[in-house]
Design a protein around this ligand. Structure first.
Ligand SMILES: Nc1ncnc2c1ncn2[C@@H]1O[C@H](COP(=O)(O)OP(=O)(O)OP(=O)(O)O)[C@@H](O)[C@H]1O
Ligand SMILES: [Mg+2]
Length: 290
């Protein structure tokens, strides 16, 4: 089979592991930088020109599209779809997953547990917003934030008010969210492939830190999910229509609450924590569907 991995950097752990796993299973695999693809659109014959050459038959692609290049990356994925290639992440699902707010709305409709969340158009009714999520402590998140940057815990009403007003003043969009204290600075990442959890880890923030992000000094270890957690992870991936997904959730007193569903989840943390060959699982998922 001809497999192409859409990735900007061949040295990334996830990219290297996917190449390795595909070669081990005797596939032709190539890493393509999606930003260097020209899309040729004409009647009934879509094609892609890469570094001056028309790309030959591609059976399947594995998109690893960074958040900063979602627009162009999605167009490339869509072009491969039009050319008949199977993709581990379809272009529609990719776009949907990148819009945090829309994702929460989709998950809510699918009756999946979520921390209560408010989004406003820079409302001046800050007190009402705070009241909606059950008062303080609460979490304020920059809509564009990632890796724990722009996630703030406001312990008092005054703190919450001034932080929300400061972000509003900067015209930076935020969501205001109920703080899940019982999570104790930890969250769970469940890696879902083709409707099954293939690995899960618990990430714990460093001492005194409520954010569990590894980039903020957190650590990860393998975890056995409860049935309820496993069902929530699978349901969330399905609601987002993602064949491969990293589902992040918090353990709360009312069960698992989904924080986010990632469409390009990294392999390094999860493979190291679980000792599992997740790259191989992704390649087998492709084999099953092509
Ligand atoms: N409502 C909440 N209650 C308790 N802890 C939270 C809550 N929201 C987030 N956290 C903690 O903060 C961490 C970072 O939050 P989140 O994952 O939402 O943002 P991010 O990692 O910056 O963004 P992204 O996951 O989109 O890259 C979470 O992993 C979790 O440990
Ligand atoms: Mg996160």
């Amino acid at each position: 089979m001809n497999i192409k991995i859409l990735s900007r950097n061949t040295d990334l752990y996830s990219t290297k592991r996917l190449v390795e796993a595909a070669e081990k299973r005797k596939h032709n695999v190539e890493v393509i930088d999606h930003l260097k693809c020209d899309l040729v659109i004409e009647r009934r014959k879509p094609s892609i020109v890469y570094k001056g050459e028309v790309l030959s038959d591609t059976d399947a692609i594995i998109p690893r599209i960074g958040a900063s290049v979602t627009f162009y990356g999605t167009a490339v994925v869509r072009q491969f779809e039009m050319m008949g290639a199977f993709t581990t992440v379809d272009s529609e699902a990719l776009v949907r997953s990148r819009d945090k707010l829309r994702s929460l709305q989709v998950l809510s409709r699918a009756k999946i547990g979520l921390p209560k969340t408010v989004f406003t158009n820079y409302s001046r009714e800050t007190e009402s917003v705070i009241k909606q999520v059950g008062g303080t402590p609460l979490v304020i998140k920059l809509l564009e934030g990632t890796q724990g940057l722009g996630v703030v815990l406001a312990e008092t009403k005054n703190a919450a008010k001034s932080v929300i007003e400061a972000f509003n003043g900067l015209k930076a969009r935020v969501i205001v969210q109920e703080f899940i204290k019982e999570a104790k600075g930890a969250d769970i990442r469940a890696f879902v492939v083709d409707g099954h959890v293939v690995g899960a880890m618990k990430r714990q923030g460093k001492e005194g830190e409520f954010r569990s992000n590894l980039h903020q000094g957190g650590s990860a270890e393998v975890i056995e999910l409860s049935d309820e957690e496993e069902i929530a992870a699978v349901k969330a991936a399905k609601a987002m229509r993602l064949g491969v997904a990293g589902v992040d959730m918090l353990q709360s007193s009312r069960g698992p609450l989904i924080l986010e569903v990632n469409s390009s989840p990294g392999l390094e943390g999860i493979e190291r924590a679980t000792g599992k060959d997740i790259a191989k699982t992704i390649i087998r998922f492709i084999e099953k569907h092509v």
